[in-house]
Design a protein around this ligand. Structure first.
Ligand code: SF4
Ligand code: SF4
Length: 381
């Protein structure tokens, strides 16, 4: 296992972090619950093998993750790790809820304090909400009374919002972002990652395998990887790319099986900052292009076509369809599109006024594509 300094934490932390959002599960009657025996054994095995960073959140596994993480950290394991959990802004209706939530989470984890208590899944709106609840005052109090040791935020929005949040508080000690070789220009972006580094805020990476999709690549990508002289697996390429950044402290992996855990432990034994050669970088670019070439709709997501007068979520619909093709996973379309159907923003709301097509810089036949996406959804849902 490789270890790196972690900002103001004052100690090195393992490059591989145990993300407790995809623990092994089992059916109990109607319910899908965490297989506690396996999950606890896996977390402890990971720590025995050198993992010193454990990440959970209120919402993971319908609220069960914090409880199981707490159980896994008994019998001396808590002292061996840096423990992070997250404040769920969607559960806070007033300022006082921030304190109540933290107390509830400490109880679930059965610990007197957590090392990092970070704001979960920040975007422009959720951050504005926590600003209105005076999150800095809350942090000041929780740091003072010792319930938390360090601050931070996890993030899902655009580059501009990332910078705004970074600059809103001069005491951030961690920023957790979605990052992998397909998302280097999405969300916080590579540029945002580097900005955080310059500001002395360590980056924790989530989704290094893009929800597991990069671990099971479609045929054209798999062929490139299988033919590469290095013999590296798809997972190794994905981790190696993220671990190349000096700004990245810990890389979270949501491991669901013992096999995945052992494979990750093996890979992280060798991953080092700056270990990607120019040829490696070029190869990863080729992999990215191979994924992008699978996208049937050449939509750049510029959003010039929205708002549509009928509320059709054009870029989101196209992104869901492209995602299905990019990863060869029909579920990527059905999951997102179903939400749009429920919200009334799906393709069937289009009245073919043509307003969107007249402003699309890519001159896409948007109306036709909307119909095709809806047909595809109807066939596979
Ligand atoms: S053509 Fe359809 S999707 Fe485009 S703006 Fe008009 S109603 Fe909206
Ligand atoms: S304007 Fe065209 S390229 Fe831009 S998001 Fe809309 S469909 Fe995509």
């Amino acid at each position: 296992m490789q270890y790196v300094p972690f900002g103001k934490l004052g100690k090195d932390v393992s490059r591989l972090g145990f993300g407790c959002m995809r623990l092994p599960t089992k059916q109990e009657g109607e319910k899908n619950v965490i297989d506690r025996e396996r999950a606890i054994a896996m977390i402890r095995h990971g720590i025995d093998e050198g993992i010193t960073y454990v990440d959970t959140a209120y919402g993971y596994h319908n609220g069960e993750s914090e409880i199981v993480t707490g159980l896994a950290l008994k019998e001396g394991y808590r002292e061996k790790v840096t423990l992070t959990t997250k404040l769920p802004p969607w559960m806070a209706n007033e300022e006082a809820d921030l304190n109540k939530l933290l107390d509830e989470q400490l109880k679930k984890l059965d610990v007197p304090y957590v090392d990092f208590y970070i704001l979960h899944a920040m975007n422009k709106d959720s951050f504005a909400k926590l600003q209105s609840f005076h999150y800095k005052d809350f942090y000041k109090q929780a740091l003072k009374d010792g319930r938390i040791k360090h601050t931070g935020f996890s993030f899902h929005d655009n580059r501009e919002t990332f910078e705004m949040i970074l600059k809103d508080y001069d005491q951030w000690e961690l920023a957790q972002i979605q990052y992998n070789y397909l998302d280097d220009q999405e969300q916080a972006t590579e540029d945002g990652l580097k900005l955080a580094g310059k500001m002395g805020v360590p980056i924790v990476v989530m989704e290094p395998l893009r929800g597991g999709a990069l671990a099971t690549p479609p045929a054209n990508v798999a062929e490139l990887i299988n033919n590469h002289e290095s013999g590296r697996s798809a997972v190794e390429w994905a981790f190696k790319y993220v671990a190349n950044y000096a700004e990245v402290a810990t890389i979270l992996s949501g491991m669901s099986t013992e096999e995945q855990l052992n494979d990750n432990l093996r890979i992280f034994d060798t991953l080092k900052v700056g270990s990607m050669t120019e040829a490696d970088m070029a190869f990863v670019k080729t992999l990215k292009q191979a994924y992008l070439s699978r996208m049937p709709i050449k939509c750049t997501g510029c959003s010039y076509c929205v708002p549509c007068p009928q509320g059709v979520a054009i870029p989101r619909i196209f992104a869901a369809y492209n995602d299905m093709h990019k990863f060869d996973r029909p579920g990527n379309l059905t999951w997102s599109y179903k939400q749009m159907v429920e919200k009334g923003t799906d393709a069937t709301k289009c009245v073919q006024c043509g307003a969107c097509e007249s402003v699309c810089p890519q001159q896409l036949p948007i109306i036709d594509w909307l119909q095709k996406v809806d047909q595809a959804y109807q066939q596979i849902k």
